[in-house]
Design a binder for this molecule. Structure first.
Ligand SMILES: O=c1[nH]c(=O)c2[nH]c(=O)[nH]c2[nH]1
Length: 274
């Protein structure tokens, strides 16, 4: 019996990079987690252990730090493009580089003092091949909550259904969003700010009959407000808030006291295209 090697890639994940731009008294902190994933002519290492085409993952990690020093970091999309192009241009067997960057946010609260601001991260993913470059931007762990303007009813009831219909519920989610750009020549900072604002506006302004409806509204709003974007992918966990039954204690509960279990949770995923 013979076997063939299918699609494969390798790289360094979890490369923590923090830079301080000290070119003015107002220092700028950039805090990234970078992952590289390279693919190409890599049969040798898989089939016989010939590593002559394998740029060590340790070298990939070092390249992240060296390019940050040589060229600065800037917007995560721009840094991803620099890294991806570097690997494909300098390593003949490497035909494709995928760079994924997560940016952790720090909020200034003093002249040179910062507080890590929440769990939300900005994200960028760049894929560079010899023929094309694709850039996606995104965000994750952006937790949102509407205290009203959400209903859920009209769903099928079978012998296993216990969920009551509701015309009044809290709607909460932790947004993971990715949006693809049709070009790699984009004002990345502005595009990110606009897309994030569009996601928030649609979440707040949609009277929701399902998280699926909210998902489509959020993706549509990004496409409307961001001309450089041609596809949005969203993953929205339904962070349930259940009213607590307080009748055993002789108390009513007019939509005031909730339990918020972390698991299990609904997971609503979808793509919205132009
Ligand atoms: O917005 C929702 N969509 C669902 O598909 C679903 N399923 C569920 O149990 N609650 C909800 N809420």
């Amino acid at each position: 019996m013979t076997f063939t090697l299918g699609p494969n890639q390798y790289g360094k994940a979890g490369v923590r990079l923090v830079t301080v731009d000290r070119s003015s008294d107002r220092h700028v902190v950039t805090d990234l987690t970078v992952a590289s994933a390279l693919s190409g002519d890599l049969e040798g290492t898989h089939l016989t252990g010939d590593n002559s085409a394998v740029l060590a993952t340790d070298t990939q990690k070092n390249t992240v730090y060296a390019l940050a020093r040589e060229f600065g970091v800037g917007e995560p999309e721009a840094f991803g493009l620099r890294l991806g192009r570097h690997f494909v241009a300098t390593q003949e067997p490497i035909r494709r580089a995928r760079i994924t960057i997560e940016q952790h946010q720090w909020e200034r609260f003093g002249e040179h003092s910062f507080a890590r601001s929440g769990a939300e991260t900005r994200r960028a993913r760049v894929i560079v091949t010899e023929d094309e470059t694709r850039v996606s931007s995104g965000l994750g762990d952006l937790t949102l909550l509407n205290t009203t303007d959400s209903e859920f009813h009209g769903f099928p009831r079978d012998s296993y259904t216990t969920l009551p219909e509701t015309t009044e519920r809290m709607l909460a989610t932790s947004v993971e969003a990715w949006w693809d750009h049709g070009s790699s020549d984009v004002g990345w900072g502005r595009a990110y700010t606009d897309a994030r604002a569009a996601l928030l506006a649609a979440f707040a302004e949609t009277y929701s009959y399902s998280l699926q409806q909210t998902l489509f509204a959020m993706g549509s709003r990004v496409l409307t407000d961001c001309p450089s974007v041609d596809e949005v992918r969203l993953a929205l966990p339904n962070k349930h808030h259940h009213l607590v039954d307080l009748t055993p204690f002789g108390l009513d509960n007019p939509d005031q006291v909730y339990v918020a279990p972390t698991e299990p949770y609904g997971l609503i995923e979808g793509t919205v295209r132009r």
